[in-house]
Design a protein around this ligand. Structure first.
Ligand code: GDP
Ligand code: MN
Length: 346
């Protein structure tokens, strides 16, 4: 009898998951996807999961961005994969080019040196444009001017679980401005002088916030922790603020996007450290996600994973691995960190 009862309980739970209440309110939000025509197939796989796991019920629109015009084939395939609105846009040239205060020859030489020392993407100019674009420009797109939230998605990432609530509304209703699923350490060779410039900027502006200490080591250096921006739900109003913009401009003038290889992830993270309070940053534990070999899956043995019908591969969560900054986050945020209904219903 016990077995029958628990089976019935599980079925009921699963059915609750299959038919969640239709959303009554939606946020003012967009998916923002920067990618190349040749990434169509990888993106189709990602989009299928995003639609099935979440967006078929919410119908948030997509903005696709590219430094080159999208092909007809690309636009047709993508548009056929969702009933939501899709917009395809080519990035303005001045958002994807070297500013005049960067010396082209010096930049070429810097790339040559970084390539020689085997820094990942060390020799790539397009990668640098991408990082700079994601640091300081994507949120300036005209279509987003009256939009509050974005969710950045990359081709080839996996979403392993149902999302049974609206993360945008969660952010809005809980006064969050930035969120992450994976936090890890940056490669130091890509950002040799980012911290120095940040310290100078902070001195100049007297910036203080209670989140900065998350990023600072005992010796006062950057501990290299950052939120991984390939998944990113955050406030566009925050990125458009004068405070964020003036930090970006300062970094841009310091030329590190080209002379080094500053990633948008550490830039966003350090900016959050400087400008946000710790309660304004949210860790989405219940989003099952993979980018490259780094995966976060919720509570893979407990009821949450079943309730969200996760299909996580049998591989280790990155969370418990050397290089993850999640343990640091958990001890930094003891009150926020309560795993969502782990034992609920079982
Ligand atoms: P990684 O995640 O740091 O390894 O970098 P990716 O190669 O995945 O690039 C990050 C994001 O920017 C992905 O969504 C890419 O599709 C996109 N991206 C990178 N380089 C370019 C580029 O030159 N043009 C366009 N249109 N998108 C790019
Ligand atoms: Mn990527």
């Amino acid at each position: 009898a016990d077995a029958a009862t628990s089976l019935a309980a599980l079925r009921e739970m699963a059915q609750l998951g299959i038919l969640p209440a239709p959303p009554t309110r939606r946020a003012n939000a967009y998916f923002v996807v920067l990618l190349r025509n040749r990434e169509l197939n990888q993106f189709m796989a990602t989009m299928r999961q995003l639609e099935d796991r979440f967006n078929k019920r919410y119908h948030y629109p997509y903005l696709f961005l590219n430094d080159e015009p999208f092909s007809q084939r690309f636009m047709q395939f993508v548009a056929a994969s969702t009933t939501s609105n899709v917009t395809f846009a080519t990035i303005p040239t001045d958002h994807w080019s070297m500013p005049d205060f960067v010396d082209e020859k010096e930049a070429t030489e810097a790339r040559r040196r970084m390539k020689e020392s085997n820094v990942i993407y060390g020799g790539s100019l397009s990668y640098r444009h991408m990082c700079r674009f994601n640091s300081g420009f994507f949120y300036k797109h005209p279509l987003l001017q009256n939009v509050d939230w974005y969710w950045r998605v990359e081709p080839g990432v996996d979403f392993y679980c149902d999302l049974d609530y609206d993360p945008f509304m969660y952010m809005q209703e809980n006064n969050k401005l930035y969120s992450f699923v994976i936090a890890l350490k940056e490669l130091e060779a890509t950002i040799p002088s980012l911290w120095q410039h940040t310290l100078e900027y902070m001195q100049k502006t007297n910036a203080t916030s209670d989140l900065m200490s998350f990023f600072v080591s005992k010796t006062g250096n950057y501990n290299l922790c950052h939120f991984w921006s390939n998944y990113e739900i955050a406030s566009l109003n925050w990125l458009r603020s004068d405070a964020y913009d003036s930090y970006f401009k300062y970094l841009d003038r310091a030329k590190g996007f080209f002379m080094e290889r500053w990633g948008d992830a550490p830039v966003h993270s350090i900016a959050a450290g400087m400008l946000l309070n710790r309660d304004q940053v949210h860790f989405f534990d219940d989003i099952g996600y993979r980018h490259e070999s780094f995966m976060h899956c919720p509570d893979t043995v407990g009821s949450m994973s079943m309730k969200l019908r996760c299909q996580c591969p049998k591989r280790k969560n990155f969370d418990s691995t050397e290089g993850s900054c999640l343990p640091r986050w958990k001890s930094y945020m003891p009150n926020q960190w309560t795993q969502r209904d782990t034992n609920e219903a079982l």
